[in-house]
Design a protein around this ligand. Structure first.
Ligand SMILES: *[C@@H]1O[C@H](CO)[C@@H](O)[C@H](O)[C@H]1NC(C)=O
Ligand SMILES: *[C@@H]1O[C@H](CO)[C@@H](O)[C@H](O)[C@H]1NC(C)=O
Length: 320
Protein backbone atom coordinates (compact mmCIF):
# COMPACT_ATOMS: atom_id res chain seq x y z
CA UNK A 1 0.00 0.00 0.00
CA UNK A 2 2.64 2.51 1.09
CA UNK A 3 5.04 1.82 -1.76
CA UNK A 4 2.17 2.28 -4.24
CA UNK A 5 1.14 5.62 -2.73
CA UNK A 6 4.75 6.75 -2.63
CA UNK A 7 5.23 5.77 -6.25
CA UNK A 8 2.09 7.65 -7.29
CA UNK A 9 3.13 10.72 -5.36
CA UNK A 10 6.65 10.60 -6.77
CA UNK A 11 5.25 10.02 -10.23
CA UNK A 12 2.96 13.00 -10.10
CA UNK A 13 5.67 15.26 -8.68
CA UNK A 14 8.33 14.20 -11.12
CA UNK A 15 5.77 14.14 -13.95
CA UNK A 16 4.73 17.69 -13.11
CA UNK A 17 8.26 19.00 -13.15
CA UNK A 18 9.21 17.15 -16.34
CA UNK A 19 6.23 18.48 -18.23
CA UNK A 20 6.01 21.61 -20.27
CA UNK A 21 2.67 23.36 -19.92
CA UNK A 22 0.93 25.53 -22.49
CA UNK A 23 -1.33 28.51 -22.76
CA UNK A 24 -3.84 26.28 -24.46
CA UNK A 25 -6.01 27.59 -27.28
CA UNK A 26 -8.77 25.14 -28.16
CA UNK A 27 -9.36 26.44 -31.66
CA UNK A 28 -8.60 29.24 -34.07
CA UNK A 29 -10.68 30.30 -37.02
CA UNK A 30 -9.63 31.14 -40.51
CA UNK A 31 -11.80 33.02 -42.98
CA UNK A 32 -11.49 33.73 -46.67
CA UNK A 33 -9.74 36.96 -45.68
CA UNK A 34 -6.74 35.39 -43.91
CA UNK A 35 -3.68 35.55 -46.13
CA UNK A 36 -1.63 33.72 -43.54
CA UNK A 37 -2.78 31.54 -40.70
CA UNK A 38 -1.23 31.33 -37.26
CA UNK A 39 -1.61 28.24 -35.10
CA UNK A 40 -0.81 29.29 -31.55
CA UNK A 41 1.45 27.16 -29.37
CA UNK A 42 2.84 28.93 -26.33
CA UNK A 43 4.83 27.20 -23.61
CA UNK A 44 4.63 29.00 -20.30
CA UNK A 45 7.21 27.20 -18.17
CA UNK A 46 10.42 27.04 -20.15
CA UNK A 47 13.49 27.00 -17.91
CA UNK A 48 16.58 27.45 -20.04
CA UNK A 49 15.07 29.64 -22.74
CA UNK A 50 17.82 28.67 -25.12
CA UNK A 51 17.06 27.71 -28.67
CA UNK A 52 19.84 25.09 -28.65
CA UNK A 53 18.04 22.96 -26.08
CA UNK A 54 14.71 23.03 -27.93
CA UNK A 55 12.96 20.79 -30.38
CA UNK A 56 9.56 21.55 -31.91
CA UNK A 57 7.34 19.16 -33.81
CA UNK A 58 3.96 19.95 -35.40
CA UNK A 59 1.72 17.03 -36.40
CA UNK A 60 -1.43 16.85 -38.48
CA UNK A 61 -3.48 13.65 -38.85
CA UNK A 62 -0.67 11.67 -37.26
CA UNK A 63 2.01 12.88 -39.66
CA UNK A 64 4.89 15.20 -38.91
CA UNK A 65 4.31 18.29 -40.98
CA UNK A 66 6.96 20.52 -39.49
CA UNK A 67 9.95 20.03 -37.22
CA UNK A 68 12.57 22.37 -35.87
CA UNK A 69 15.76 21.13 -34.29
CA UNK A 70 17.26 23.94 -32.21
CA UNK A 71 20.51 22.12 -31.60
CA UNK A 72 21.30 21.94 -35.31
CA UNK A 73 19.20 24.98 -36.16
CA UNK A 74 17.46 22.98 -38.87
CA UNK A 75 13.85 22.83 -39.86
CA UNK A 76 11.82 20.54 -42.03
CA UNK A 77 8.41 21.13 -43.60
CA UNK A 78 6.49 18.37 -45.36
CA UNK A 79 5.41 18.82 -48.97
CA UNK A 80 1.84 19.86 -48.15
CA UNK A 81 3.01 22.47 -45.66
CA UNK A 82 5.93 24.03 -47.51
CA UNK A 83 5.05 27.53 -46.35
CA UNK A 84 5.07 26.64 -42.64
CA UNK A 85 7.53 28.41 -40.36
CA UNK A 86 8.03 29.37 -36.72
CA UNK A 87 8.24 32.95 -35.57
CA UNK A 88 11.36 34.41 -33.99
CA UNK A 89 10.15 34.10 -30.40
CA UNK A 90 10.86 30.44 -29.82
CA UNK A 91 13.31 31.08 -26.92
CA UNK A 92 10.47 32.79 -25.05
CA UNK A 93 8.31 29.72 -25.56
CA UNK A 94 6.40 30.75 -28.65
CA UNK A 95 6.34 27.80 -31.02
CA UNK A 96 3.34 29.06 -33.02
CA UNK A 97 3.26 27.93 -36.62
CA UNK A 98 2.62 30.41 -39.41
CA UNK A 99 1.65 29.26 -42.87
CA UNK A 100 0.08 30.37 -46.09
CA UNK A 101 -3.73 30.18 -46.19
CA UNK A 102 -3.62 27.58 -48.96
CA UNK A 103 -1.62 25.15 -46.83
CA UNK A 104 -3.79 25.64 -43.76
CA UNK A 105 -6.29 22.77 -43.99
CA UNK A 106 -8.90 22.76 -41.21
CA UNK A 107 -8.42 20.07 -38.61
CA UNK A 108 -6.56 19.27 -35.40
CA UNK A 109 -2.91 20.19 -35.22
CA UNK A 110 -0.62 18.92 -32.48
CA UNK A 111 2.27 21.01 -31.24
CA UNK A 112 4.97 19.10 -29.42
CA UNK A 113 7.78 21.00 -27.69
CA UNK A 114 10.87 19.56 -26.00
CA UNK A 115 13.31 21.52 -23.84
CA UNK A 116 16.24 19.39 -22.75
CA UNK A 117 14.53 16.45 -20.96
CA UNK A 118 11.16 18.13 -20.46
CA UNK A 119 8.42 18.00 -23.00
CA UNK A 120 4.76 18.57 -23.58
CA UNK A 121 2.14 18.85 -26.28
CA UNK A 122 -1.02 20.77 -27.00
CA UNK A 123 -3.71 20.44 -29.66
CA UNK A 124 -5.22 23.35 -31.51
CA UNK A 125 -8.08 22.97 -33.93
CA UNK A 126 -8.19 25.10 -37.06
CA UNK A 127 -11.76 25.80 -38.12
CA UNK A 128 -13.06 27.44 -41.25
CA UNK A 129 -15.45 30.28 -40.70
CA UNK A 130 -17.60 31.67 -43.52
CA UNK A 131 -17.88 35.45 -43.63
CA UNK A 132 -20.13 37.39 -45.94
CA UNK A 133 -18.39 40.02 -48.08
CA UNK A 134 -20.87 42.77 -47.15
CA UNK A 135 -23.26 42.84 -44.23
CA UNK A 136 -26.71 41.40 -45.01
CA UNK A 137 -28.36 44.83 -44.87
CA UNK A 138 -25.74 46.25 -47.22
CA UNK A 139 -26.30 43.37 -49.64
CA UNK A 140 -29.99 44.20 -49.80
CA UNK A 141 -29.46 47.93 -50.39
CA UNK A 142 -26.77 47.34 -53.02
CA UNK A 143 -29.26 45.38 -55.10
CA UNK A 144 -32.45 47.30 -54.23
CA UNK A 145 -31.32 50.83 -55.06
CA UNK A 146 -30.19 50.19 -58.66
CA UNK A 147 -33.23 48.03 -59.41
CA UNK A 148 -35.52 50.69 -57.97
CA UNK A 149 -33.75 53.34 -60.04
CA UNK A 150 -34.19 51.24 -63.19
CA UNK A 151 -37.89 50.74 -62.51
CA UNK A 152 -38.30 54.49 -62.00
CA UNK A 153 -36.42 55.08 -65.23
CA UNK A 154 -38.85 52.80 -67.07
CA UNK A 155 -41.63 54.75 -65.38
CA UNK A 156 -40.25 58.01 -66.76
CA UNK A 157 -40.01 56.44 -70.17
CA UNK A 158 -43.62 55.28 -69.93
CA UNK A 159 -44.90 58.73 -68.95
CA UNK A 160 -42.99 60.38 -71.74
CA UNK A 161 -44.07 58.00 -74.46
CA UNK A 162 -47.70 58.16 -73.36
CA UNK A 163 -47.93 61.91 -73.02
CA UNK A 164 -45.56 63.14 -75.65
CA UNK A 165 -45.82 60.53 -78.32
CA UNK A 166 -45.83 63.02 -81.15
CA UNK A 167 -42.62 64.56 -79.93
CA UNK A 168 -40.52 61.42 -79.80
CA UNK A 169 -38.96 60.42 -83.05
CA UNK A 170 -39.13 56.67 -83.27
CA UNK A 171 -35.38 56.38 -83.61
CA UNK A 172 -34.85 58.12 -80.30
CA UNK A 173 -37.48 55.97 -78.65
CA UNK A 174 -35.86 52.80 -79.93
CA UNK A 175 -32.49 54.05 -78.74
CA UNK A 176 -33.86 54.69 -75.28
CA UNK A 177 -35.51 51.27 -75.17
CA UNK A 178 -32.31 49.53 -76.22
CA UNK A 179 -30.23 51.42 -73.65
CA UNK A 180 -32.82 50.72 -70.96
CA UNK A 181 -32.98 47.01 -71.79
CA UNK A 182 -29.20 46.79 -71.91
CA UNK A 183 -28.93 48.37 -68.46
CA UNK A 184 -31.70 46.19 -67.03
CA UNK A 185 -30.11 42.98 -68.28
CA UNK A 186 -26.61 43.94 -67.12
CA UNK A 187 -27.78 44.85 -63.63
CA UNK A 188 -29.84 41.65 -63.32
CA UNK A 189 -26.80 39.60 -64.36
CA UNK A 190 -24.73 41.57 -61.86
CA UNK A 191 -27.25 40.93 -59.09
CA UNK A 192 -27.22 37.20 -59.86
CA UNK A 193 -23.41 37.08 -59.71
CA UNK A 194 -23.47 39.18 -56.57
CA UNK A 195 -25.39 36.62 -54.48
CA UNK A 196 -24.52 37.19 -50.84
CA UNK A 197 -21.53 35.15 -49.88
CA UNK A 198 -17.81 35.20 -49.38
CA UNK A 199 -15.56 37.58 -51.25
CA UNK A 200 -14.73 36.10 -54.64
CA UNK A 201 -13.96 37.21 -58.18
CA UNK A 202 -17.56 36.30 -59.07
CA UNK A 203 -19.05 38.53 -56.37
CA UNK A 204 -16.70 41.35 -57.20
CA UNK A 205 -17.53 41.30 -60.90
CA UNK A 206 -21.23 41.14 -60.02
CA UNK A 207 -20.83 44.28 -57.93
CA UNK A 208 -19.00 46.00 -60.77
CA UNK A 209 -21.84 45.09 -63.16
CA UNK A 210 -24.40 46.51 -60.76
CA UNK A 211 -22.65 49.81 -60.05
CA UNK A 212 -20.72 50.88 -63.15
CA UNK A 213 -23.53 50.80 -65.77
CA UNK A 214 -25.83 52.94 -63.63
CA UNK A 215 -24.27 55.90 -65.47
CA UNK A 216 -26.68 54.92 -68.24
CA UNK A 217 -29.50 56.08 -65.96
CA UNK A 218 -28.06 59.58 -65.99
CA UNK A 219 -27.90 59.51 -69.79
CA UNK A 220 -31.43 58.11 -70.06
CA UNK A 221 -32.83 60.72 -67.74
CA UNK A 222 -31.00 63.42 -69.69
CA UNK A 223 -32.48 62.12 -72.96
CA UNK A 224 -35.99 61.94 -71.50
CA UNK A 225 -35.77 65.49 -70.21
CA UNK A 226 -34.37 66.72 -73.51
CA UNK A 227 -36.91 64.90 -75.62
CA UNK A 228 -40.03 65.76 -73.70
CA UNK A 229 -39.43 68.89 -71.63
CA UNK A 230 -36.28 70.60 -72.75
CA UNK A 231 -33.55 71.44 -70.28
CA UNK A 232 -34.54 73.57 -67.35
CA UNK A 233 -32.91 74.29 -64.01
CA UNK A 234 -34.84 71.56 -62.26
CA UNK A 235 -33.66 69.01 -64.80
CA UNK A 236 -30.09 70.24 -64.54
CA UNK A 237 -30.25 70.07 -60.73
CA UNK A 238 -31.59 66.52 -60.81
CA UNK A 239 -28.98 65.43 -63.34
CA UNK A 240 -26.13 66.96 -61.36
CA UNK A 241 -27.43 65.28 -58.21
CA UNK A 242 -27.56 61.97 -60.04
CA UNK A 243 -24.09 62.39 -61.46
CA UNK A 244 -22.76 63.15 -57.97
CA UNK A 245 -24.45 59.99 -56.72
CA UNK A 246 -22.78 58.05 -59.50
CA UNK A 247 -19.36 59.48 -58.66
CA UNK A 248 -19.82 58.55 -54.99
CA UNK A 249 -20.93 55.07 -55.93
CA UNK A 250 -17.93 54.52 -58.20
CA UNK A 251 -15.48 55.87 -55.62
CA UNK A 252 -17.07 53.56 -53.03
CA UNK A 253 -16.90 50.68 -55.48
CA UNK A 254 -13.22 51.23 -56.19
CA UNK A 255 -12.51 51.23 -52.45
CA UNK A 256 -14.52 48.04 -51.87
CA UNK A 257 -13.91 45.84 -54.86
CA UNK A 258 -10.41 44.69 -53.97
CA UNK A 259 -11.03 44.46 -50.22
CA UNK A 260 -11.93 41.18 -48.61
CA UNK A 261 -13.47 43.05 -45.69
CA UNK A 262 -14.65 46.33 -47.21
CA UNK A 263 -15.23 49.36 -45.01
CA UNK A 264 -16.53 51.80 -47.63
CA UNK A 265 -19.80 49.96 -48.32
CA UNK A 266 -21.90 52.83 -46.88
CA UNK A 267 -20.24 55.34 -49.25
CA UNK A 268 -21.07 53.22 -52.28
CA UNK A 269 -24.59 52.57 -51.02
CA UNK A 270 -25.30 56.25 -50.42
CA UNK A 271 -24.16 56.92 -53.98
CA UNK A 272 -26.59 54.29 -55.25
CA UNK A 273 -29.33 55.74 -53.05
CA UNK A 274 -28.76 59.22 -54.47
CA UNK A 275 -28.97 57.84 -58.02
CA UNK A 276 -32.35 56.31 -57.19
CA UNK A 277 -33.49 59.49 -55.44
CA UNK A 278 -32.62 61.63 -58.47
CA UNK A 279 -34.57 59.20 -60.62
CA UNK A 280 -37.55 59.53 -58.29
CA UNK A 281 -37.40 63.35 -58.32
CA UNK A 282 -37.30 63.28 -62.11
CA UNK A 283 -40.27 60.95 -62.25
CA UNK A 284 -42.32 63.01 -59.83
CA UNK A 285 -41.55 66.15 -61.81
CA UNK A 286 -42.54 64.52 -65.09
CA UNK A 287 -45.70 62.99 -63.68
CA UNK A 288 -47.14 65.81 -61.63
CA UNK A 289 -45.61 69.00 -62.87
CA UNK A 290 -44.41 68.90 -66.41
CA UNK A 291 -47.01 66.52 -67.77
CA UNK A 292 -49.82 68.93 -66.79
CA UNK A 293 -48.19 71.41 -69.07
CA UNK A 294 -49.28 70.87 -72.63
CA UNK A 295 -47.01 73.43 -74.21
CA UNK A 296 -43.47 72.37 -74.88
CA UNK A 297 -41.06 73.63 -73.76
CA UNK A 298 -42.94 74.36 -70.54
CA UNK A 299 -43.82 77.92 -69.58
CA UNK A 300 -41.68 79.80 -67.11
CA UNK A 301 -44.19 79.19 -64.35
CA UNK A 302 -43.98 75.45 -64.74
CA UNK A 303 -40.22 75.64 -64.57
CA UNK A 304 -40.08 77.98 -61.63
CA UNK A 305 -42.57 76.24 -59.39
CA UNK A 306 -40.68 72.98 -59.02
CA UNK A 307 -37.44 74.89 -59.06
CA UNK A 308 -38.53 77.00 -56.11
CA UNK A 309 -39.69 73.90 -54.33
CA UNK A 310 -36.32 72.36 -55.05
CA UNK A 311 -34.49 75.45 -53.81
CA UNK A 312 -36.62 75.54 -50.68
CA UNK A 313 -36.01 71.93 -49.88
CA UNK A 314 -32.30 72.49 -50.46
CA UNK A 315 -32.42 75.51 -48.20
CA UNK A 316 -34.14 73.46 -45.54
CA UNK A 317 -31.52 70.80 -45.83
CA UNK A 318 -28.78 73.39 -45.46
CA UNK A 319 -30.46 74.94 -42.43
CA UNK A 320 -30.46 71.68 -40.55
C1 LIG B 1 -7.36 35.46 -39.48
O1 LIG B 1 -7.38 36.88 -39.53
C2 LIG B 1 -7.98 37.47 -38.39
C3 LIG B 1 -8.07 38.95 -38.65
O2 LIG B 1 -6.88 39.46 -39.14
C4 LIG B 1 -7.17 37.12 -37.13
O3 LIG B 1 -7.74 37.70 -36.00
C5 LIG B 1 -7.15 35.61 -36.99
O4 LIG B 1 -6.35 35.25 -35.90
C6 LIG B 1 -6.61 34.96 -38.26
N1 LIG B 1 -6.78 33.52 -38.12
C7 LIG B 1 -5.76 32.69 -38.05
C8 LIG B 1 -6.10 31.27 -37.86
O5 LIG B 1 -4.60 33.06 -38.16
C1 LIG C 1 -10.59 17.96 -33.31
O1 LIG C 1 -10.62 17.55 -31.96
C2 LIG C 1 -11.79 17.92 -31.26
C3 LIG C 1 -11.63 17.53 -29.81
O2 LIG C 1 -11.08 16.28 -29.68
C4 LIG C 1 -12.99 17.25 -31.91
O3 LIG C 1 -14.19 17.61 -31.25
C5 LIG C 1 -13.06 17.67 -33.38
O4 LIG C 1 -14.12 17.02 -34.03
C6 LIG C 1 -11.76 17.41 -34.07
N1 LIG C 1 -11.83 18.02 -35.37
C7 LIG C 1 -11.52 17.40 -36.50
C8 LIG C 1 -11.66 18.17 -37.76
O5 LIG C 1 -11.13 16.24 -36.53
Amino acid sequence: MWPLAAALLLGSVSGGSAQLTFNATKFVEKTICNETVLLPCIVNNLEKKEIKTMYVKWKFKGKDIFTFDGNQSKHYASDDFKSASLGSHLPEGNASLVMNKNDAVPGNYTCEVTEANREGETIVELKYHMVSWFYPKENILIVIFPILAILLSWGQFGIVTLKYKSNCTSEKTIGLIIAGLFLTVIVIVGAILFVPGEYSAKNASGLGLIVIPTVILVLLQYCVFMTAFGMNLFAIGVLILQLLGYILAVIGLSLCITKCSPTQGPLMISGLGIIALAELLGLVYMKFVASNQKTIPPSRKAVEEPLNAFKESKGMMNDE
